[in-house]
Design a protein around this ligand. Structure first.
Ligand SMILES: [Zn+2]
Ligand SMILES: [Zn+2]
Length: 471
């Protein structure tokens, strides 16, 4: 039987009032934007709450939490703390191993084998090579009926940078969090199931998108949580949507000196495209991003290039805004082809990487535990204005309540730098990971122990992700 104090018969009306206030702000915001008709509204939106609304928001959260009775349960905290302490040195060894033996996306064989062996040894039911992906896995533990919480581990590195995104720490944060939850389940403090998802190829934004497509999360868990190392602690880290496109121009080759007038120059089309995009930027929103590289610029300087290609990323704060920029970019492709007499072909990837919708209830609970451990957070406005990368966890956050907080590892270096690679290997980063993992495990335990709490989590999800976007 769950023993966590829940105070289920608290004043529900206050909670629903608070949450409806909280979420009404989201409902006021457009979820899709038609560019020309509504520029002003679109700019005001930009996926970022306005500063003057924050106090009301903060008040609402704190009031709601008072009534959800998120009081610290010393029994559960003791269980999680002890469970993590018991595996601390083993997790440090795994982290160092992954840091020293970095594998690239979809090639994480060593990590897959190392993590699955350890999890099996610790009593999890492990599915290797899950869902037809060579380096994906599932590790489950259940003590009976109840809610089901998913946790994600990532383990891929970056070419030339090793663990420049600290995924060795994400790998062990998943293990630690799952171990902490499992200990509480084993001791009968809560009831349900924990599933650790081993998700490959985050750096290519493949693993979780593929797993969502195969309903790996939807069929196995009710909510999904994970952590990511960074320079800062952020429970509301802004992770934006990204889509990518390959564009090719086709011309006619000829001798570049003897008969240039007989050719059609595919490189001219590429140069024209770059200029088109540079001019298009004036009409983009300040929060939009378009960036790319030329992947084929021709074969020889004395041959008019017959074929050129480039690869672009398009980013917007919400995935529903991507189309606005995609349409403009396609106009640039076509215009470059027309101007130079080339043919053009472009290919968008099948599914974009969505922005992360941080579940407000889960994020606030996580922050509460981190603050108890002495970690402080910048205000939400600052967090959501500090720029951000993208992650395939975004697609998970559109099918179920999810969080992807960033935890600081005592570095000022940005992710994807050699300095961050070094930071991700330090004993201090390991200690930071264990602190954050404990906070995440304790957050997850509220999902098991209180139906009222999980109702609030679900309500937040339904209010922040419209029904027709829950896929
Ligand atoms: Zn990364
Ligand atoms: Zn990363």
């Amino acid at each position: 039987m769950p023993r966590l104090s829940t105070d289920e018969d608290n004043n529900n009306s206050l909670i629903s009032c608070c949450f409806s206030n909280l979420f009404s702000r989201n409902r006021q915001q457009p979820t899709s934007i038609s560019a020309d008709a509504d520029q002003k509204k679109a700019y005001a939106y930009s996926a970022i709450p306005a500063m003057d609304r924050l106090p009301a928001y903060e008040d609402c959260i704190s009031q709601t939490f008072k009534h959800l009775d998120i009081k610290h349960n010393s029994v559960l905290e003791g269980i999680v703390e002890k469970a993590l302490a018991q595996v601390d040195s083993e997790l440090r060894a795994i982290s160092v191993d992954l840091h020293e033996h970095t594998e690239l996306s979809m090639k994480e064989k060593h990590a897959h084998d190392l993590l699955t062996s350890w999890l099996e040894e610790k009593g999890f039911v492990v599915t290797r090579h899950a869902y037809g992906m060579e380096t994906a896995f599932l590790a489950e533990f259940s003590n009976g009926p109840g809610r089901r919480v998913g946790i994600c581990s990532e383990y891929d590195g970056l070419p030339g940078l090793g663990q420049g995104c600290g995924h060795n720490l994400i790998a062990i944060s998943g293990l630690a969090t799952a171990i902490g939850i499992k200990a509480a389940l084993e001791q009968g403090e809560v009831s349900g199931k924990v599933v650790l998802f081993g998700t490959p190829a985050e750096e290519l934004s493949i693993g979780k998108i593929d797993l969502v497509g195969k309903r790996a999360f939807q069929d196995n868990v009710d909510t999904c949580l994970m952590l990511h190392p960074s320079a800062k602690d952020q429970q509301y880290a802004q992770m934006i949507a990204v889509h990518d496109v390959k564009v090719e121009f086709f011309g006619k080759p000829t001798h570049a000196s003897a008969t240039p007038w007989e050719g059609v120059n595919a490189l001219d089309a590429m140069v024209q495209l770059w200029n088109n995009i540079s001019m298009m930027r004036q009409q983009l929103m300040p929060t939009d991003r378009v960036h790319g590289i030329v992947t084929d610029g021709g074969l020889a300087p004395n041959v008019i290039p017959e074929h050129t290609s480039a690869f672009f990323f398009v980013r917007t704060p919400k995935y529903t805004e991507l189309k606005r920029v995609m349409d403009k970019l396609e106009g640039c492709f076509e215009a470059a082809a027309i101007a130079t007499g080339c043919k053009v072909k472009w290919t968008w990837r099948a599914i974009p990487t969505k922005d992360v919708v941080q579940n407000n209830v889960l994020a606030s609970t996580y922050a509460t535990y981190m603050e108890k451990a002495g970690i402080s957070f910048e205000d939400r406005y600052t967090q959501e204005h500090s720029g951000g990368g993208s992650t395939d966890m975004g697609n998970v956050s559109y099918v179920m309540p999810a969080i992807h907080p960033m935890f600081g590892i005592h570095t000022t270096a940005s992710n994807h730098t050699i300095e961050f690679t070094k930071a991700a290997g330090t004993p201090q980063a390991h200690r930071d990971t264990m602190v954050a993992s404990q906070a995440l495990a304790l957050t997850a335990l509220h999902v098991y122990s209180s139906e009222q709490y999980f109702d609030a989590v679900k309500k937040d999800f339904n209010d922040t992700v419209p029904l027709d976007e829950q896929h």
